[in-house]
Structures are given as C-alpha cells and as structure tokens.
Design a protein around this ligand. Sequence first.
Ligand code: MAN
Length: 348
Amino acid sequence: MPDLATRFPANPLLKPGDITASMPGLKVACLLNPGVFSFNGKTWLIVRVAERPEQSKIHVSFPVLQPDGKMMIREILLNDPDLIATDARVINYQGVDFLTTLSHLRLFSSDDGIHFKEDPDYPAIYGTGSLETFGIEDCRVSFLEGTYYLTYTAVSENGVAVGMKTTTDWKNYHSAGLIFPPHNKDCAIFEERVNGSYYAFHRPSSPTLGGNYIWLASSPDSIHWGQHQCIAKSRPGMWDSARVGAGAAPIKTAHGWLAIYHGADAMHRYCLGALLLDLQDPAKVLSRSHLPIMEPGAAYELTGFFGHVVFTNGHLVNGDQLTIYYGAADEYVCGASFSIQEILNTLD
Ligand code: MAN
C-alpha cells in the first residue's frame, strides 16, 4: 500500500463476532473507532460497539434508548415512501434522522497491544438521559495531570454533540455533561496545558456557510470552552474535500504539536493526514499533509459495514513509534504503526 502505515499482520484485532451483544435481541454490527490509553501496565481500548436487531428482508429496525434508560426497537418497512435509506449509518424517516445502530463503549485490555480481551471488572459505558438516546460513540481519551478525560460523541434526536466524563480508575466516572452542543464531534483534549490553559480540538458543522472543519478552543477548567478558532478546513478537489476531524490528542514533538486527523471526500472515502501546530500557539498551523499518511487499501478497510474507511481517535507513542488503533470499514478494530519522523518528513 502506498502510504506510511505498517499495518499489524494480526488485523483485524477485534471484529463483531468476537464479543457478545449487550442484551438478547441485539446483534453486534460493528466494532470501531477506539480511544486508547495506558493503565495498570496494560494497553487499553475503549471501543465503540454498535448494535441493532437481526435485520429482516422487509424492515429496517434499530434500537433507540428512552431517556429513562429503557431500550425500544423501531421498525420501518423498507418500501415505505417516507423512508430514505441510502447510507448504512443513518436513515431519514418522515424528515427525521435516525442512526441505524445504537452504540455504547466497552473496555478491552492487552499485555502486548495486539491481543485484546474484555475485563468484567471494568463495566461498559452506555448512553444516559435525553441527550444520548441514539448512543455514545468514538471516545477520545486524554491523560492529563493524573486524570483520564473521555470526550465522546453524544447522539440524540436533539443532534450530535460532545460529552465529557473523567475518571482515575475506569470504574467510577464523573460526568461533566455536554461540553460542546450540536452539531459537534471529534473532540480531543491536549494532554498538557499550553500557557496555563486547557486546549481541545473540536469539529462543529455548519450546513450552509462554512462546513465540517477542525476548530481549536481553550479553557481555564476543561469544562467551559472559548477562544474558538478554525484551524483546518476541507480542501476542494483533495482527499479531504468534504469533511475533516481531529483524531486523538496531538503528539508533542520538537517541531510542534503533531495532530493526526481524518478527512473524507464526497464519496465518503476516509483517509488520515497530519497537521503540525505551533507549540506555543496551537492555532498556528505550520504545515499540513498534501497526501494522506494512510488510506483505505487492505481488504478489511475496503469492505465492511461502511467500506473505504480508515478512522482513528486513539494512539500510543513510544519514542519515534506511533501506534494508531483505528476503525476499518466501520466494522473492525485494527492497528498500524508509523515512524513519527517519517510523518514529519512529509510536512513542509
Ligand atoms: C455519521 C457517522 C456515523 C455516526 C453518526 C453520528 O453519520 O460518523 O458513524 O453514527 O455520524 O455521529
């Protein structure tokens, strides 16, 4: 593959058949987009588990949480003229958008970074309340001053937003509620303060003027965010022409903050690229990938729940080695390694 990634020979590391559904009547449709962290001497993934009932030939059916936590299955006839079902991930019925799957987050740990298993001592995290009725997704994990910050996508009929939880032991969580209201996702908090402030990437979307761009915000307390600045836009005619969004927290290098991001084109082909940001003023973009550093190429990236996708929101750094864990074809969890120097060499 003509990109900078060395894919793990063991890929896919996790696939839907490897785990049991959260309740009878549901099937795990996809395992994807894990956050990554080190804890208790192990490598951990917080994986997005997307579920739905077994699909019949005549209905599309999908679970929705009630604000009180109970689950309900919605069923719509495939030949209903009010149904638009052209994207495997979302449907529109009578003018209202729904997700085809309901996601929660599950913890997996590993001694070698390749073989992961669930640990019953560390329970799954489910959406709660009226702002997470369509589930929680794509959790970034940042470790800052002794605390893990979880920033994740909270989805409901009210929109797609960013929720935050903090933990120190992965058993007890403090919820900060939504830190960015709809429409927003792809939020990652920097793993150290810059000039005394917390920093975070986020990705608001504007349907008319503007677009799906990466923004930077700062905060005195990690909860209240301001000083918003747009730092990277989609680029017409390029691999990231339709949308861009940050991956995990940026990597501090001698040359600047190195951020790995995803970009998609109008055909929903998702690739990865890099941004280099000024160490003192991360809103200053020093350089940006012209070509993707990783693009879908392996069979498990081309074919799956939603093909032609590589999407990362979690990585580990060890010297020059960057190990990313990523969602492939919106169905599998995979791993790949990069040389940080090699990525930097592609940036002007
Ligand atoms: C997009 C995709 C889906 C995701 C929804 C809600 O449609 O990223 O995977 O479920 O947004 O976040």
